[in-house]
Write a protein that binds this ligand. Structure first.
Ligand code: UT7
Length: 318
């Protein structure tokens, strides 16, 4: 038994903030942002849109593409670091908004690595026979934890959601072939929020040591992809598409170079929605599938790195 991707979907809020818009607020400029990050714009949710609202839109599209109704889903995992409430989970909000009254739902918190973590958990549950169809969603309202006056971070993040329906299949050479998860809490202070419910009593805003995170991102993601390729005895040249975490184009290019993958085999969407944390990989995945680049039967390699630090990878036969 394996878990295959039956359908994908995504959602980006309608409001767009361009680099030029940010120039009016902080001392920055479009050229610097493009050159250092590859980002051109980010989407921002409205005040009355919560993370679960973004997640529901992506989930609905994934269900349509999987040709399944919400009532056929056994479980929902939402990967998010910006939940609607401290409790209940955003996943049960999604469950209720989809009109589901059966199954289970819970959140996974691994910041930018959240989607890979959630995919790993869902895949294991399906393999163990605990579910047949699951919704795995990465959804974030990063704008709710951003300090818009801090140019070091205000330029980097955005809101959005991406969703995948995973379904059980008999073929063990299809679907999620392997996942690798890592974390090292010694680095927790390099990328964090200034607060939390059991410390300051509020969500806080993002604090980041950019250069340090950059260095670790390059090293950690190389480790995650090297080890998954080694474990599965896969040659990098057999990978059809790299679907990386979308944080910084320079980090993505460095990983592509390391794997000797030309950029036309790498899905890049960071220019259009900036770093949407746990939503970034499923947003990129859906973009590649929707525009016809990613085709059934192809081999996909995902990798992520984020606050914690957490990092990980997934190898998937789509
Ligand atoms: O999902 C994982 C989470 N995050 C990441 O992966 C992000 C990892 N880090 C990065 O992407 C990069 O470190 C940044 C994009 C955040 C920064 O790029 P950098 O090339 O590491 O720049 P830097 O921090 O070394 O700063 C270079 C210069 C500095 O000026 P001086 O000291 O050379 O005069 C900064 O003050 O750029 C300045 N600077 C800016 N200038 C214009 C920093 N932020 C800005 C800005 N606009 N927004």
């Amino acid at each position: 038994m394996n878990a295959r991707i039956a359908g994908t979907g995504s959602y980006l809020p309608t409001k767009i903030i361009t680099n030029a818009d940010l120039e009016k607020r902080v001392e920055t400029n479009d050229e610097w942002i493009r050159k250092r990050t590859g980002i051109e714009q980010r989407h921002v949710a409205s005040d009355n849109q919560a993370t679960s609202d973004l997640a529901v839109e992506a989930a609905k599209e994934a269900l349509v593409n999987a040709k399944l109704s919400a009532s056929e889903i056994d479980g929902i995992i939402v990967a998010t670091t910006t939940p609607d409430f401290t409790f209940p989970s955003s996943a049960v909000e999604v469950q209720a908004k989809l009109g589901m009254t059966k199954g289970f739902a819970f959140d996974v918190q691994a910041v930018c690595s959240g989607f890979v973590y959630a995919l790993s958990v869902a895949s294991a549950m399906i393999k163990a026979g605990q579910a047949t169809h699951m919704l795995v969603i990465g959804a974030e309202k990063m704008s709710s934890v951003m300090d818009w006056d801090d140019r070091r971070t205000a330029i980097l993040f955005g809101d959005g959601a991406g969703a995948v329906v995973l379904s059980a299949c008999d073929e063990t050479d299809q679907g999620i072939l392997a996942t690798k998860l890592y974390s090292d809490g010694r680095y927790r202070n390099l990328l964090q929020t200034t607060g939390g419910v059991s410390t300051t009593g509020d969500a806080g805003t993002i604090l980041m040591e950019g250069q340090e995170v950059f260095k670790h991102a390059v090293i950690d993601m190389k480790q995650a992809v090297e080890e998954i390729l080694e474990d599965t005895k896969t040659n990098p040249e057999d990978v059809d598409w790299l679907v990386p975490h979308q944080a910084n184009l320079r980090i993505i290019k460095s990983l592509g170079d390391h794997l000797k993958m030309p950029m036309d085999k790498v899905i890049v969407t960071v220019d259009k929605h900036a770093n949407t944390s746990a939503a970034s990989i499923p947003l990129a995945l859906h973009a590649g599938i929707a525009d016809g680049r990613i085709k059934r039967g192809q081999l996909l390699l995902m990798e992520s790195m984020g606050g914690g630090f957490t990092w990980g990878s997934a190898l998937i036969r789509y």
